[in-house]
Design a protein around this ligand. Structure first.
Ligand SMILES: Cc1cc2nc3c(=O)[nH]c(=O)nc-3n(C[C@H](O)[C@H](O)[C@H](O)COP(=O)(O)OP(=O)(O)OC[C@H]3O[C@@H](n4cnc5c(N)ncnc54)[C@H](O)[C@@H]3O)c2cc1C
Length: 458
């Protein structure tokens, strides 16, 4: 039987697998937009095997059990948006497992609460008017901004809507300066968006990606701009789209050690357990540096990939308080190391998840120091925490959370790695999806890669 090998069991790999299995006729979901022929009943059908070197699927978006409390927590709080169309249609198509509404809480319109260390609260509320006018009204009424700041932000939003603001070749800091954004609106509005969506500081982050985020998410439809917060652990969401059957198999705990490439074709893969697998096509759904290591162990250093971008860390902190205390589901924190606070009362009343994006300054600090600092900052931000004790903490440092895309980063397309091997197709959040390194980017790259497999194998 002809076989495609998918290397890597993160969102890119699983999206490739699902696209192929639905296409190959073994999946009860609805047809995808895949271009290739239906091959389920063909005389020589195509099988797909996904291998993941870790003992679990999910890659950088997974959950695990905290040993002290037994609670299921994520490797870091993830937030999706209504504009994650690839991700959402993948969940929706899989009716046999859990429904999307059981997995994710979706806002009816964008609403973000902000808190600062003076105790001031403000809310960006897009529900007052329909469509994009709602975001404009929300911005116009956002508290804590000077009149000048508000007008400047509205002017830039209008330019973005008319596609008249370009971020090409600029960092976010340069872009915001060029479009006359005063400091208060940068600190209280733009910086939280950049950190949350690009995981990079303003002086490094690509403004082109910020423009994309604004166009697709905040200035898209009312539904596109909403936030979706997982109701369960990330691994449960992942489980709802994995577990394939028949010709489509997933194996965890076994990696690919080496590829045998001859005359521009990958012929075989050598797995970590010593097994060799003959392949007609390979989708590499692993991070760029992992792919470079795999190619090096296959004797290839001249792979034609652009230099791998630096990776940007995210520090996530879980704090277990004696009782629930948050008024909003989540709040953006201003003027503190902590940037976002999420109420995790669904898991346990009093549990909160904190996020520090672009967290390189915290990476080398001891975890107890980080937890103490975060607790102290929360008490400054939220007077309602007075008298409530902290019982337990967990700090997770994801040092390789996402690639840091600057204006100078070159991202290769999710396509065959030519001229090295015409049947080796690359996917992953780092490829040129046009999006920041996100679950949605990973999913879209996986779908594209799966479609290309049919072009390769015929
Ligand atoms: C803390 C944190 C918070 C985040 N927050 C958000 C968020 O709010 N919203 C959002 O959209 N995104 C967020 N992201 C980013 C998102 O998680 C990633 O963009 C996405 O999960 C990347 O998926 P991927 O499939 O491209 O890569 P990965 O998830 O890295 O998957 C690659 C897989 O390949 C495996 N692998 C590597 N080498 C081999 C080999 N030789 N053989 C077999 N397997 C191999 C790895 O073990 C891994 O499981 C966050 C990331 C982190 C870390």
């Amino acid at each position: 039987m002809r076989r495609a090998l998918i290397i890597g069991g993160g969102w890119a790999g699983i999206a490739a697998m699902r696209t192929m299995s639905r296409h190959g006729g073994s999946d009860p979901g609805q047809p995808t937009t895949c271009r290739g022929p239906r091959i389920g009943g063909a005389a020589n059908p195509l099988a797909a095997t996904l291998v993941e070197e870790r003992p679990y699927l999910g890659g950088r978006a997974r959950s695990f059990t905290d040993r002290h409390t037994g609670d299921e927590i994520d490797n870091g709080q993830h937030v999706m948006m209504g504009c994650y169309h690839g991700f959402l249609s993948m969940l929706d198509a899989h009716h046999t497992m859990r429904r999307t509404e059981d997995l994710l809480e979706q806002q009816s319109a964008l609403r973000v609460a902000f808190a600062d260390t003076t105790g001031r609260r403000s809310v960006l509320d897009a529900s007052r008017l329909p469509g994009r006018a709602g975001i404009a009204a929300g911005l116009a009424l956002l508290g804590g901004l000077s009149l000048r700041g508000r007008l400047a932000a509205l002017r830039l939003a209008a330019l973005l809507l008319q596609r008249k603001a370009s971020g090409k070749g600029l960092t976010c800091a340069q872009f915001l300066e060029r479009y006359g954004q005063p400091l208060d609106v940068i600190k209280r509005f733009w910086e939280p968006i950049v950190l949350a969506t690009l995981n990079a500081p303003l002086h490094l982050a690509s403004a082109e990606l910020l423009v994309t985020v604004m166009e697709l998410a905040f200035l898209g439809t009312r539904s596109d701009a909403t936030m979706l917060i997982p109701k369960t652990g990330l691994s449960s969401i992942f489980d709802s789209v994995s577990r394939h059957q028949g010709r489509f198999q997933e194996h965890v705990g076994v990696g690919v050690n080496r590829l045998v490439i001859r005359q521009g074709i990958v012929e075989r893969a050598v797995l970590g357990n010593g097994r060799e697998m003959a392949v007609q096509a390979v989708i590499s759904a692993i991070p760029q540096r992992a792919l470079e290591r795999l190619l090096a162990s296959s004797g290839i250093t001249d792979h034609g990939l652009p230099p791998a971008p630096e990776m940007s860390p995210i520090i996530s902190v879980y704090l277990w308080y004696d009782q629930a205390w948050m008024k909003d589901d989540f709040t953006a924190a201003l003027g503190t190391t902590v940037q976002w606070v999420f109420d995790k009362r669904r898991i346990r009343p009093g549990l909160v998840a904190l996020t520090v994006s672009a967290g390189s300054s915290l990476v080398s600090e001891p975890t107890e120091v980080i937890a103490q600092r975060c607790d102290a900052e929360l008490r400054q931000l939220f007077p309602e925490l007075r008298g409530i004790g902290l019982r337990h903490s967990q700090v997770i440092k994801e040092k390789q959370a996402t690639p840091l895309f600057t204006p100078h980063t070159v991202r290769p397309a999710a396509t065959a790695l030519q001229p090295l091997a015409k049947n080796l197709i690359i996917a992953g959040d780092w490829t040129d999806t046009g999006l920041p390194a996100t679950i949605e980017g990973a999913v879209r790259s996986g779908i594209t890669a799966a479609e290309l497999v049919y072009d390769v194998v015929g």
